[in-house]
Ligand binder design. Structure first.
Ligand SMILES: [Zn+2]
Length: 359
């Protein structure tokens, strides 16, 4: 088996591993890019789902539920466009990464995948594992939302409930991976997952006729969508299909805001317990996230519970039936405007990441 993964820190290469021997996250050594100019967006084969962009994807189309091509709709009250990333088979953008991660698992001949999650990534991995005929064990916090736990259980996956913080859940999962329980299909570590989430950028650009917005706002926990968007926009630019990369703006929850604090200093605000999907104090890809902020002239802000609650009400009242975590992104847009980070003429796309149906 050829060495397909490489370490950006020490340069080691591997056929497959969940992280480098130096403990850094790994990347695909080969980064496919198309040769020719951008096709007319209408010539892309949307029936192939994410693989309409297979010239950009390092993983073949082994497992799919027709995901992708989520709507990009005007959001007049927010003076922005919303990318409806909750319009997916399991109701969250995590299906982008689950499709490519399970495709990679099938290419490798994996028979059991293991993942840790607050709910959405677990449901996505469990669902795509079911589609692939692969066993899944999903580590979740003991207090996981019942609707998310049910979504995992109904696929036939085995949920493993762990008492303690989100970090304790990850520690238990990694211990299981290290003891040979299965292949780590991690949305925080696995480069195949980020290859999938990168397609959000390809879709946004294609849906806008290959024009890039001034800024893109996403929630930011482990940076699964934030970094995916960065890598996708960078690949489009490197392929010569677009002329620039948007500023990437991240939305964190107060009390769980390591990136906002790295940029702006410590924040003593009360922990935001409403945005349960992004309670990540030690993001695996911290350096890569900070680099993406720096490279794009981006920024990151932390939002308290009240801002999220109010924004969620506004979203629901305007027909966007999303989960609380997802409301941090439009709430962040409001904060970025107040701080002058986003100007009145800026053309902004905001990702709405999770459905209210299992939120
Ligand atoms: Zn290394």
């Amino acid at each position: 088996m050829p060495d397909r993964l490489s370490c950006p820190s020490c340069g080691a290469t591997f056929a497959d591993r969940w992280r480098c021997t130096c403990h850094s996250p790994l990347k695909f050594a080969d980064r496919p890019l198309p040769d020719g100019p951008a096709p007319a967006p209408s010539d892309l084969d949307r029936d192939r789902g994410l693989w309409a962009f297979d010239d950009f994807l390092p993983v073949g189309r082994e497992v799919t539920l027709g995901e992708g091509w989520t709507p990009l709709v005007p959001a007049t009250e927010w003076d922005a466009a919303f990318k409806l990333e909750y319009v997916f088979p399991t109701g969250s953008f995590k299906d982008r990464g689950a499709a490519t991660t399970l495709s990679r698992a099938v290419e490798l001949g994996v028979d059991t995948v293991v993942e840790d999650s607050s709910g959405n990534a677990g449901a996505a991995i469990a669902t795509y594992a079911a589609r692939a005929g692969v066993d899944a064990r999903i580590y979740v916090p003991a207090g996981v939302k019942a609707s998310k736990l049910r979504a995992i259980e109904r696929t036939g996956a085995t949920p493993v409930r762990v008492e303690g913080s989100r970090e304790t859940v990850t520690d238990a999962c990694i211990e299981a991976v290290e003891s040979g329980e299965g292949w780590y299909a991690s949305h925080a570590w696995n480069p195949a997952f980020f290859a999938g989430t990168a397609t959000v950028a390809l879709e946004i650009a294609a849906q806008r006729g290959w024009s890039v917005p001034d800024a893109v706002v996403t929630p930011l926990g482990h940076g699964t969508l934030f970094l995916g968007a960065y890598r996708g926009f960078r690949a489009l630019h490197d392929a010569g299909w677009t002329d620039r990369i948007p500023r990437l703006l991240g939305a964190q929850a107060t009390g769980y805001a390591p990136i906002a604090e790295a940029l702006h200093g410590p924040d003593e605000a009360e922990p935001n317990e409403v945005a349960d999907g992004i309670q990540i104090r030690e993001p695996v890809q911290r350096d890569a996230i900070l680099n993406a902020v720096d490279e794009t002239g981006g920024d990151v802000v932390a939002l308290p519970e009240e801002a999220v609650d109010e924004e969620l009400d506004r979203l629901h009242e305007r027909g966007f039936y999303t989960e609380p975590t997802c409301a941090v992104a439009p709430a962040a847009l409001r904060a970025f405007r107040e701080r002058g980070v986003v100007g009145p003429d800026d053309d902004v796309v905001v990702a709405l990441t999770g459905s209210g149906l299992k939120g």
